[in-house]
Design a protein around this ligand. Structure first.
Ligand SMILES: NC(=O)C1=CN([C@@H]2O[C@H](COP(=O)(O)OP(=O)(O)OC[C@H]3O[C@@H](n4cnc5c(N)ncnc54)[C@H](O)[C@@H]3O)[C@@H](O)[C@H]2O)C=CC1
Ligand SMILES: O=C([O-])CC(=O)C(=O)O
Length: 346
């Protein structure tokens, strides 16, 4: 019997810990973590896997996709860094990719073409995220899960519902990756201020589509003092930045390289928090009670060894941001309801 099938059978039949890889290192004995990338042969998956191969936090990097992971894995495995690379192609290989994973990053799914919204991807990507999360619930129920697949505003509620139904949902460990919005905001604000982007931090709250992306420019550090018209233009550029890339790629997909950078930054933050490093703060789209009537919301989170350790208070919004905040609510409510409706067969 295949190792994956044996592991799966063992897990289901006996509910006992299988020969698990050594994980959950403590800060005093860091051995690294097992990270699975689902969709690893894709436009984001490949450069993301490259960046994770460079991470000192990673012990084993499992590359899973419906096909074509063998070549990516062979290629990456020649890089002279510590993480061990494994290849898992096809649905039958999912259990092996997930078993003992500490962090699962999901960039699986179709990207936009010009003229499409992220929501236009729902019909295909909803089912992909559902089936992958069913695997997570079964084979690595304690893992942290970072969902990249769009529309994030709906795929994260789907992931939550899958895990909840399986009895394994831990809201502190499920994240929609919105780091690219923060990365873009930092870059564009740094350009405006003539600074190194590494010295800039802009919290971005809400969700990950159009008006739901709310960069809180008034809370940027260092302080951004620009005329309102320039602030409006910056906000619009950050909100439309995904579309800017989709248009420039002219049918060849959406952001992959900047997204890989952003996802690697987020994954690295998760692994540092897991290992007990204090003061790890990132924005992400999570199950939340920070805003009434929005059960999923992106805001600044302090991460700890067990996932979300604290929801930081929302920054104070100026009039322009408050306006945007009010106009995002309806869209976010309906995107969340669409995800939940999908799980209810609607
Ligand atoms: N959260 C964010 O900020 C961003 C999200 N995205 C989203 O990320 C997703 C992936 O984008 P790209 O990598 O550019 O697309 P891509 O098409 O280049 O790669 C997607 C990969 O997913 C794989 N895949 C499809 N179904 C799968 C399944 N059931 N199991 C495992 N793998 C499967 C494909 O074989 C392919 O290799 C898209 O939905 C895109 O909209 C893209 C950029 C930013
Ligand atoms: O725009 C897209 O379709 C991909 C994405 O989410 C982004 O680049 O922010």
């Amino acid at each position: 019997m295949e190792r994956a099938a044996r592991l799966a059978q063992h897990f289901v039949a006996e509910q006992a810990p299988a020969p698990q890889l050594e994980t959950h290192a403590t800060s005093s004995s860091v051995r690294g973590y097992n990270v699975a990338v689902l969709g690893a042969a894709g436009g984001i998956g490949q450069p993301l896997s490259l960046l994770l191969k460079l991470s000192p936090q990673v012990r084993e990097l499992r590359l899973y996709d419906v096909a074509n992971t063998a070549g990516v894995a062979a290629d990456l495995s020649h890089i002279a860094t510590a993480p061990r690379i494994t290849s898992h192609s096809g649905a039958g290989a999912l259990p092996d990719a997930l078993y003992g994973a500490d962090l699962v990053v999901i960039p699986a799914g179709v990207p936009r073409k010009p003229g499409m919204t992220r929501d236009d991807l729902f019909n295909i990507n909803a089912g992909i995220v559902r089936s992958l999360c069913e695997g997570v619930a079964r084979f690595c129920p304690s893992a942290w899960v970072a969902v990249i697949s769009n529309p994030v505003n709906s795929t994260v509620p789907i992931a939550a519902e899958v895990l909840r139904r399986a009895g394994t949902f831990n809201p502190s460990k499920l994240f929609g990756v919105t780091t690219l919005d923060v990365v873009r905001a930092n870059t564009f604000v740094a350009e405006a201020l003539g600074l190194d982007p590494a010295a800039v931090n802009v919290p971005v709250i809400g969700g990950h589509a159009g008006v739901t992306i709310l960069p809180v420019l008034s809370a940027a550090t260092p302080r951004l003092t620009v005329p309102e018209q320039q602030a409006r233009a910056l906000m619009a550029r950050i909100q439309d930045a995904g579309t800017e890339v989709v248009k420039a790629k002219a049918g060849a997909g959406s952001a992959t390289l900047s997204m890989a950078y952003a996802a690697a930054r987020f994954a690295e933050a998760c692994l540092r928090a897991m290992s007990g490093e204090p003061g790890v703060v990132e924005c992400a789209y999570v199950a939340s009670s920070v805003v009434k009537d929005l059960p999923f919301f992106a805001s600044q989170l302090r991460l700890g060894p067990a996932g979300i350790a604290e929801f930081l208070p929302l920054p104070r919004l100026n009039a322009l941001e408050q306006d945007n905040f009010e106009s995002m609510k309806e869209e976010l409510v309906s995107s969340i309801a669409k995800g939940v409706g999908f799980m209810n067969g609607k």
